[in-house]
Design a protein around this ligand. Structure first.
Ligand code: ADP
Ligand code: F6P
Length: 338
């Protein structure tokens, strides 16, 4: 191994820059050249590649986003795209690649390895939806942004005695919502993985709160409850109620309870800003680990957190694992919040 490439792929997440820095500096300090591949797998297809030095990665440990940029590259899902990427690696002398991204990006890393370009992957996504890992780079920062935003909302919601319906980003998974709810004390918490009943779990909960003297409410829902995907247990149910989005959800709460309701959709703001200490350190540790594996001639691995420890797994094995949603934790959130 003489030259290591690095790319960030899929949705960006805070801490990707810290991982780029750790990979680059570890590789340089181990005697490798480092090539930064821009815009994920697209840069491998188009040859959008720059050499990285120790100073190329100065002043990024504290920054959100990714200095290498990211992309969702559909061409790479085709054999022709992978073959083109392999040619680019030959042209630039890239002997191995560290891929930072989500499970889609891991599949790309597996394909490249199978075509003779050894890859090691690092989980970078705010969603924490990677089945083989208990944690992902960016999750902690996104969670803390949600907490700040809910704290802001509380002020205005309380002043006007309203119900705020907060929609949390997290794709098809409810992990960000669950932890944000535990940390903010939302009155109601709804995720795609667990079926709910609008009357019992939302209307009655708010009414009970009103009886107890609560005069404003935070109802926290994952964006995924509105997605038409198999993992969402609530899509058809919500459709049957005529609820398609957070605005419909808020309107229905207002109709059923009489409390004035407003929706707040957090969206991509969750993906920005300076990474927390947790994400910077996770990214740094995983970045160093990834280069060490490639340096030892080990590839087709993904770095993960299992039982609180950072370890590596075979990518295929990792992708076939399951991460059941923590229903007991959701029950705890919903039990404590009135
Ligand atoms: P994430 O990595 O965050 O899950 P995506 O699912 O969008 O995000 O995947 C990122 C990129 O990884 C895709 O744009 C594509 O280039 C590549 N990719 C995704 N799925 C596959 C697949 N099944 N085979 C090969 N490459 C894939
Ligand atoms: O996977 C990260 C994520 O931010 C999800 O939470 C969200 O559903 C999706 O990406 C949004 O994708 P895009 O940035 O392409 O709109």
């Amino acid at each position: 191994m003489k030259t290591i490439g690095i790319l960030t792929s899929g949705g960006d997440s805070q801490g990707m820059n810290a991982a780029i820095r750790a990979v680059t500096r570890t590789a340089l300090n181990s005697g490798f050249r480092v090539m930064g591949i821009r815009k994920g797998y697209l840069g491998l297809i188009t040859g959008d590649i720059v050499e990285l030095t120790a100073t190329s990665v100065s002043d990024i440990i504290n920054r959100g986003g990714t200095m290498l940029r990211s992309a969702r590259c559909l061409e790479f899902k085709e054999e022709a795209g992978v073959l083109q990427a392999v040619e680019t690696c030959k042209k630039f002398g890239i002997d191995g690649i560290v891929v930072i991204g989500g499970d889609g990006s891991f599949r790309g890393a597996r394909d490249l390895t199978l075509h003779g370009v050894p890859c090691v992957a690092i989980p970078g996504t705010i969603d924490n939806d990677i089945v083989c890992s208990e944690d992902t780079i960016g999750f902690d920062t996104a969670l803390n942004i949600c907490i700040d935003l809910v704290d802001y909302l509380r002020d205005t919601s309380a002043s006007h005695n309203r119900c705020s319906v907060v929609q949390i980003m997290g794709r098809n998974a409810g992990w960000v919502t669950l932890e944000a709810s535990l940390a903010t004390g939302a009155t109601v918490t709804l995720v795609p993985e667990v079926a709910f009943d609008f009357h019992a779990d939302v209307v009655e909960k708010i009414k009970k709160g009103q009886e107890l003297g609560k005069d404003y409410f935070i109802v926290m829902v994952s964006e995924g409850i509105f997605f038409n995907v198999k993992s969402n247990k609530n899509y058809e149910y919500l459709q049957s109620l005529g609820i398609n989005n957070a605005a419909d959800f808020a309107k229905r709460i207002e109709e059923e309870t009489g409390i004035v309701s407003r929706e707040s959709v957090f969206g991509h703001v969750q993906r920005g800003g300076s990474p927390t200490a947790h994400d910077r350190i996770l990214a740094t540790t995983m970045g160093k680990y990834a280069v060490e594996l490639l340096g030892q001639g080990i590839s087709n691995r993904v770095i993960v957190v299992r039982d609180g420890k950072i370890v590596d797994l075979d990518i295929l094995e990792a992708l076939s694992m399951e991460k059941p949603f923590d229903v007991e934790r959701l029950q705890m959130a919903n039990m404590l919040n009135i």
